[in-house]
Ligand binder design. Structure first.
Ligand code: RAT
Ligand code: ZN
Length: 416
């Protein structure tokens, strides 16, 4: 059926975006079988590091004092500071309210105790089903760190499989702290030396290959600083070129690079202490052009890098830009970045990931993102309509499915 007015298009786009079952390509979630590693419930929602940073702006309490409080006390303080004493319209605050509202709780009551009661009455398994259902999510990709001792034990034990949770092998320790990773690998029996001899390179490849298989990982990933430069004479560059990329190619899986963090500008804030600075797109260009048979998923943290990343993706079919990451996951920036990507790349990108650290965040991050992306698409299809092109409902559905789900899976499976 073709659509003859902006209003017809709006309805069709909103419906397609509402109905599409999403693959969320980057989160920090785990299945219920990972026990305490899966965070959920209102106290965790309030203790999100985005909200901790916002709370600390209002107090002169020493940071250690905040960290020594119980999780419930911290949540109380965050609630009072950001929701009671001031209006909660920052994106991270609004998100808490969207999640509670979609779960059927009365946000008008402002009654934190009653919200706590709601979560206390549910098992994590029931709640996981409810969140996937409410947010209409098909699958989420986790962040799986083999150097985290708690996580490592989970993978070495007899895990129950949950098809909704896909693994991604996270390599931050290997790439950003090689001496520490080297010691750890030695303790696990890999014959590696700090000087990265040929034997060490083979052993790192063995480690990567074993863990890709053990996790059945859909990609390898790392968060990289703003001064990540390649080519470069460094341990990180050598490990990427000699170990990560050969294994990624052999397994035909992407290497996901999340570039632009300015780490721990305020260490007292812990997870909330990282900032952003613009990175060098030429590093991405170097990798994509030197390794045309490797696939790269890339998200960059600085707003300044977004245009050049989209242009780079026009040049390299082995480059898939994804998501509006962390400080970019705000309505005004998601709108701007999605519009620009649509204009430069058409349908061939992954507009968003949630980065959810707390299960409940899937609900709000996707409610907010679906709406903004839908509004961009309405404008784009309406522009097409004005040229005389027949805008068809089935084709809108097809494109929406690509953006929110299948572009990722096709990229994962594609052989270059
Ligand atoms: O977005 C975040 O929550 C950050 O703290 C990071 O986890 C970032 O997304 C990352 O994956 O390194
Ligand atoms: Zn993340």
């Amino acid at each position: 059926m073709s659509l003859h007015s902006r209003e017809d298009i709006r309805k069709a786009v909103y419906k397609a975006v509402e109905d599409v079952a999403i693959t969320d390509v980057h989160t920090h979630l785990y299945p219920p079988s990972f026990g305490d590693m899966l965070l959920w419930g209102v106290d965790e929602l309030l203790n999100y590091h985005y909200l901790i940073a916002e709370t600390m702006r209002w107090t002169s309490m020493p940071y250690e004092e905040f960290w020594s409080m119980t999780k419930k006390e911290q949540a109380d303080m965050i609630w009072n500071t950001l929701f009671v004493e001031h209006s909660p319209y920052s994106e991270a605050c609004r998100g808490v309210l969207t999640a509670l509202n979609k779960l059927g709780l009365d946000t008008a009551s402002r009654d934190l105790t009653s919200y706590r009661g709601f979560f206390a009455g549910m098992t994590v398994e029931q709640y996981t089903d409810k969140v996937f259902d409410t947010a209409n999510i098909k699958a989420v990709v986790m962040t799986n760190d083999p150097f985290n001792p708690v996580e490592r034990e989970k993978w070495l034990s007899d895990l129950q499989d949950d098809e909704r949770f896909k693994a991604a092998l996270r390599l931050d320790v290997l790439l950003n702290s090689w001496p520490q990773a080297c010691l750890q690998l030695q303790q696990w029996g890999y014959e590696v030396k700090e000087d990265l001899s040929d034997m060490s390179v083979d052993e790192i490849k063995r480690f990567l290959s074993e863990w890709m298989d053990r996790m059945n990982a859909v990609y390898m990933a790392a968060s990289l600083p703003y001064d990540f430069i390649m080519p470069e004479d460094s341990d990180r560059a050598r490990i990427i070129e000699d170990c990560v990329l050969p294994v990624a190619r052999e397994k035909n899986k992407p290497f996901a690079m999340m570039i632009g963090v300015n780490r721990q500008v305020n260490p007292e804030l812990k997870d909330a202490g990282d900032a952003v600075y613009k990175a060098d797109i030429n590093t991405v260009i170097y990798l994509c052009s030197k390794y045309p048979h490797n696939k790269f998923m890339v998200t960059m943290l600085s707003r300044e890098n977004q245009h050049e990343l989209a242009v780079a993706a026009r040049k390299f079919r082995n480059l898939m830009p994804f998501g509006c990451w962390w400080f970019l996951n705000n309505p005004s920036l998601v709108d701007e970045i999605t519009r620009m990507r649509a204009e430069l790349l058409g349908v061939s990108f992954i507009p968003q990931h949630s980065d959810a650290r707390v299960l409940d965040q899937l609900i709000y991050k996707w409610t907010h993102s679906r709406r903004i992306i839908a509004d961009v698409l309405v404008d784009k299809y309406n522009d097409l309509r004005k040229t005389g092109w027949k805008v068809k409902e089935a084709e809108i559905k097809r494109d929406v499915e690509s953006l929110f789900n299948s572009n990722f899976w096709e990229f994962i499976d594609r052989v270059l």
